[in-house]
Design a protein. Structure first.
Length: 111
């Protein structure tokens, strides 16, 4: 995850969930494969995802992506959960709007 974070950000993608696996793959298609950590990433579009896969800097990390595209069911503990970025930006703008209006109302009350 640390090595790909800069690539994600350069393609306007970001992780929304990460955690350590709590057990082996429950589907048991490939019992020899074991997950250490799981990261779910949000991409702005499929085109952006494909651009990331074609990026030459992504080549050393490519095997992990193809492993992740298999059907696996792995219990994970949520160590990092980030809500949708639009919710964070919207809530921040709403808080700013309310703070500015509260400040303006407080100044009017002093006169």
């Amino acid at each position: 995850m640390k090595s790909i974070t800069s690539l994600w950000l350069s393609h306007a993608a970001y992780p929304i969930f990460a955690g350590a696996s709590q057990a082996k793959n429950l589907i048991n298609i490939h019992p020899e494969k074991d997950w250490g950590r799981v990261v779910v990433c949000r991409y702005p579009s499929r085109r952006t995802f494909l651009k990331l896969l074609c990026d030459p800097a992504y080549a050393p990390m490519e095997p992990y992506k193809f492993i992740a595209l298999e059907i696996d069911l792995v219990p994970v503990s949520g160590e990092m959960v980030i809500p949708d970025l639009r919710v964070i930006v919207g809530a921040s703008l709403l808080a700013l709007f309310l703070a500015v209006n509260w400040f303006r109302a407080a100044r009017r009350g002093q006169h």
